[in-house]
Design a protein around this ligand. Sequence first.
Ligand SMILES: [Zn+2]
Length: 459
Amino acid sequence: MDFVKELLEYVRHASVSTDPAFANGMNGAREKACDLLRRAGLEVEVVPTPLHPIILGRRKGPAEWPHVVLYGHYDVQPAEPLDLWTTPAFEPVVRDGRIWGRGTADNKGPHLVAIVALARLLARHPNLPLRITFLIEGEEEIGSPSFPAFLQAYKQELSEADCVILSDTASPSADQIAITTALRGIVGMEVRLVGPQFDLHSGLHGGAVYNPIQALAEICASLHLPDNTVAVEGFYEGVQQPAEWERAELRKLPLTEAQYLAFLGVDSLHPAPGLSGLEAVRFAPTLEFNGIGGGYQGKGSKTVIPSKVFAKITCRLVPGMNPEDILAKASAAIRARAPKGVKVEIEIKQGNAAYFVCPPGRPNTPKGQNPVLARAFAETECAITGAFGKPPIFVREGGSVPIIEDIRRETGLDSVMIGLFTPESNLHAPDENLDIGMAEKAIKAYESLLEGVAKGGRK
Ligand SMILES: [Zn+2]
């Protein structure tokens, strides 16, 4: 199975899950994925959902064989703005050692790496003692709405597996692979303040009423201390601090604080006490303002006191924090700080908890860790070192991949997350691309790690 040829074909199916106009592309990509799984030697089942079906590719076997779940998604982000692509998003090309096109890196290329590795491995070892459930969903880019019901329906089968291995996270560069050990959770809220029942003339009424913009600005400003600690009562309760080895691992990241400043275009960072900027992104929770509005936004001026204003807020969560608890605490703080004369409405956006998995052999590795999971980590480290000539780093990531925590909550399975795209891959942006050399090395690594997992048995 030729990686580049198959990826070019796969990417040509414009599988934009959010837009019904791309139904043909979704069908085409799904058929292509099924075909790839079959050719790799798996039995394929297509599970219907209310929206985009989920694909399952299975390799069955006796219960004493290790059972690994592999994950990917066949849907992609919209390609807009189209005029910023060097070559059309759904007419992929090879250029400068990379494949360019929407979905090359997120996530068709990375899960094709696993399929090609599996195909080559099973061709060499038709009797390999390894059970596989390869799960490819079609709604990842729209928040996986059908995934919870799917997990419920397939809970028994999935719970029986040993671990998940997937590639849908980042590495810092093509020669420094990162194994992601944690993902932050996220919750959100939209806060609306309503003052007078209509917009007021600021001359006729200014000075008599509490201006909702002033009230909102005061509330927002009160939610952090000057040192950038979140000033919501009980916000940090239960937060699990990173272990020392995690800080040491992060120091191996090939990115200095100076480079980070230059990348951001700011002259100073603002992490909470005790954290570097690079640590703050990964180790600490946040409360962020993502949007704020109200009053006159047009050209020139208009002397108005607005009736309604809003702020969009999200919190990134770290291990030990409970999403509902944080929503309750943040809402209570906002309500308590709203002055008389404005009404507060808070629309809650439920989210998900953070995820953390500890590799084996660390001081905080849980006792009784699944031996296949432990071996998957060890084999991954060994296989990446062999294929890339450099050991991987085990680091937390600041972003959120909700399904990873969903899978653990529903099935108990932990995930080994191998980063196969880099900052240059332009995820969700024009000129998305995948480094072919990196993918070829990753195929070798996947082949050898799956073989290693199989050969160790289930103990
Ligand atoms: Zn994505």
